[in-house]
Ligand binder design. Sequence first.
Ligand code: PRP
Ligand code: URA
Length: 206
Amino acid sequence: MVYVSQHPLVRTKLTLLRNQHTTPKIFRELVGEISQFLMYEATSDLPLQPATVQTPLAHYHGYELQVQIGLIPILRAGLGMVDPILDMIPTAHVWHLGLYRDHETLQPVSYYNKLPSQVDVDICLVLDPMLATGGSASAAITVLKRWGVQRIKFLGLIAAPEGVAQVQHDHPDVDLHLAAIDERLNDIGYIVPGLGDAGDRQFGTH
Ligand code: PRP
Ligand code: URA
């Protein structure tokens, strides 16, 4: 399934994010804030188990998460989504995957992989602001499945229709949680209208 957030604050923050005059500092803050909204929506079906605490007055029969969550940022641009989500889910584990897109072929190239020796999470949230051709997201999901992860969701800020179709074709079991689906890719594989290069805009590179 593909979920596109309709939250008014996501839509206004995404407009600021796209603005070419937004500075890296504000850009990073917006990436984090929008990621928290996407995470909130993507985790609304997490299973709970009973947990009892003692308030100053009485026992309270409440809840705790039944599942262990893994956050999988795709380097580099996915890094900006990690800490704001960890603030909300402090028990999550973080597995880093380094992939970059070859500028000529647009194919993903793997350069770093820090997965644990054993799968110790129940649900993985793959984090990458941009889903363009879908090659990077699809490759990351394939790596996780080969590792033995059973349940995967993808969280992204802006997607192209081509990338959504690619990931749905390759991994129909993976839900996509997005802030927007834009018009198209241009002839060098950038999302239009998009926001430019999400890694460069976060980290001040060109
Ligand atoms: C960007 C983005 C995705 C990828 C999307 O990363 O963060 O990982 O491109 O493109 P795709 O859907 O066509 O694969 P990039 O390769 O620019 O690397 P960076 O994050 O290190 O800048
Ligand atoms: N990666 C980006 O950072 N932006 C795009 O538009 C496409 C891929």
